[in-house]
Design a binder for this molecule. Sequence first.
Ligand SMILES: Nc1ncnc2c1ncn2[C@@H]1O[C@H](COP(=O)(O)OP(=O)(O)OP(=O)(O)O)[C@@H](O)[C@H]1O
Ligand SMILES: [Mg+2]
Length: 286
Amino acid sequence: MKNQAHKLTELIKQNENEQDTRFIAIASGKGGVGKTTLSINLGYTLSKMGYKVALFDADIGLANLDVALGIKTEHNILDVLQGKISFDETLTHVEDNLYLIPGASGEEILKYNDTISLENFFSETEILNEFDFVIVDTGAGIGESVQNFCNASDEIIIVTVPEPSAITDAYALIKILHTKKEKLGMIINQSKNEKEAESVFQKISLVASKNIDNANLHIVGAIEKNTDVEKCIRKRELFTKEHPLITPSIQLESIAKNIIFNLEQNMLQGEERGFTKFFRRLLAKF
Ligand SMILES: Nc1ncnc2c1ncn2[C@@H]1O[C@H](COP(=O)(O)OP(=O)(O)OP(=O)(O)O)[C@@H](O)[C@H]1O
Ligand SMILES: [Mg+2]
């Protein structure tokens, strides 16, 4: 493992091309709160704003990004890591400026650890440097794989719904993730209105500030529960595309703007970022 870490460091040194790609992990604790729905629609919203976006599927469950988008994929990131195919073969066009990278779970990557060809992999990832954002849709729960994908990302957004059990699970995740990340963002999905969303956030924020040292939670936004959203999910459509004027689409635009604002703040602080950095952090775990 040490040898592999050394190899990685060398490869990263060789990679002169500094990247600006920002990785945003979408996580939740409790399943079924809307991670995939928010990931694809946030991706679409950012792409409409002129950013080049990739959706990275880090969930290997049944409700995958490709399913949610109604797209068929043949390969995933694991095939690239193993040197079987090139990276651009996994990139699937979704819309203008919007692509899908079918992923694999951390466990899957771990299983194939010995056969991973990092040299090939990093020479391939250069094509991805042109992306402005990669949205990482993680699975439910607080398992190691979810933690790894979150920690490897530049920003983490934790999604919850107003239900007590979802709030409890989101809090459990916050407790774990805050040890590695200074700032954690939150989206309150399926709320009745902004007031309810704000009160859910205040509740979590209060408990966090009492129990977690240096807890730095911020609300990135809220999305209301909406039947058009539900219908689009069932039809495997992007609600932001089909209904750009409904409240959830406008709320998602404001979320995208908040993310960009935070990004500009962090840029001023000169954070390191990019694809190589993301995969270095991820693979360093193995
Ligand atoms: N804003 C919303 N308004 C109405 N329904 C919603 C909204 N967001 C999510 N849903 C409902 O929640 C369900 C689950 O959404 P989604 O698949 O995005 O969750 P998830 O967190 O990705 O789930 P998993 O943990 O299984 O990956 C959807 O099928 C839909 O019925
Ligand atoms: Mg999902």
